[in-house]
Design a protein around this ligand. Structure first.
Ligand code: ATP
Ligand code: MG
Length: 325
């Protein structure tokens, strides 16, 4: 079992913790004072190309040394105790790392033995994990004949052969078609339900939104924002979304009337004849509905603001919400 840190509430929460971590490749500073606490569950590591996601994962595994700061993985120090960490985690690297001339059974069972299993156990477990990721009889074909999706599945299988408690998946859906992505994300969900912590780096926001409980947004080697997915997507306190339908003059009249009641902070034409407004200060829904009736528009929706991860991401990079919130 990986040792874990316990919060004052007595609940195991933080699994990986980075404090002021700096990692440079010569003159390129990939992590620049990166600080984050990562809880258990499925955690998305998000950021644009070159943000430092893969560097952070490699630093957690002790594959890179830190220029400054410290990382704790399940209570172990990434620098001083990297072998203890590597015994306990699985790693699916971003780039192709498979030996092309062997078949999946040979490769995955061999990697099982490297991680300390005896030959018989490694072979048995190899077939289990290949079944789990959905590789059938193709497992006896050389890896060079595999599609990108199959290769990604083999990379996942080798990461889980020793049943680690913590998994790092670096861009697991990279290069896969929508159906392949769905399948792989379903596997991630399944693994998480067996109490594993899974840290998934990705720049595909829909993937992260679909499977992750928590997100860490990173850019230029620094933490931009992190939080529970539900809280991140909840939108700003006191901001509501109103969608109304009507002809252009009625919609115009409605907006004018609404402006007297509350502050309109965003306005979007969804489709012809439908308008969505983001407003602040419209606590009394009855007034909003009454104005709609008085101005001849049909109320379609009125609810607290909800975001998608793309909007969270954009706002994090803009340095706040609209009008500075
Ligand atoms: N081996 C290396 N030598 C020099 N610079 C590197 C090396 N690896 C990464 N970098 C640089 O470090 C920065 C962070 O790279 P990293 O691979 O960690 O980003 P990333 O967020 O994983 O990006 P991507 O989404 O493209 O995978 C980038 O500027 C990258 O060019
Ligand atoms: Mg990367």
């Amino acid at each position: 079992m990986v040792a874990s840190q316990t919060s004052s509430a007595g609940v195991n929460t933080i699994h990986v913790s980075a404090k002021e971590v700096t990692v440079a490749y010569g003159p390129v500073v990939a992590l620049d004072g990166f600080t984050a606490d990562i809880p258990r569950g499925i955690v998305g590591l998000l950021g644009p190309n070159g943000a430092g996601k893969s560097t952070f994962i490699k630093a957690c595994l002790g594959l890179l040394s830190l220029d400054r700061g410290a990382i704790s993985v399940g209570g172990f120090d990434s620098q001083a105790q990297s072998l203890l960490i590597r015994d306990r985690v699985g790693y699916m690297p971003e780039h192709d790392c498979l030996i092309q001339s062997v078949n999946a059974v040979e490769l995955v069972s061999h990697l099982g033995m490297i991680s300390g299993m005896i030959s018989l156990d490694a072979m048995q477990r190899c077939h289990e994990v290949l079944d789990f990721v959905g590789i059938g009889e193709e497992r006896y074909r050389p890896i060079k004949s595999y599609s990108t999706g199959m290769k990604q599945k083999i990379k996942l299988a080798q990461a889980i052969i020793h049943d680690p408690e913590l998994l790092f998946l670096d861009e697991p859906t990279s290069g896969m078609d929508p159906q392949g992505r769905e399948e792989l994300l379903d596997l991630v969900k399944k693994m998480a339900s067996s109490e594993k912590t899974i840290i998934v780096s990705s720049h595909i926001l829909q993937d992260v939104e679909r499977v992750c409980d928590y997100a860490v947004i990173i850019d230029s080697g620094r933490l931009v924002k992190s939080g529970d997915m539900r809280a991140l997507l909840a939108g700003e306190e006191g901001v509501r979304s109103i969608s109304v339908r009507g002809d252009a003059p009625s919609l115009q009249r409605y907006v004018k009337a609404l402006e007297k009641l509350c502050r309109i902070i965003d306005k979007k034409d969804d489709v012809v004849g439908q308008l969505t407004l983001l407003v602040r200060g419209c606590e009394d829904g009855r007034l909003v509905f009454r104005l709609a009736a008085e101005n001849g528009v049909q109320m379609r929706r009125f609810h607290p603001e909800r975001l998608d991860l793309e909007e969270v991401f954009l706002r994090a990079f803009r340095g706040g919400g609209r009008d500075g919130h």
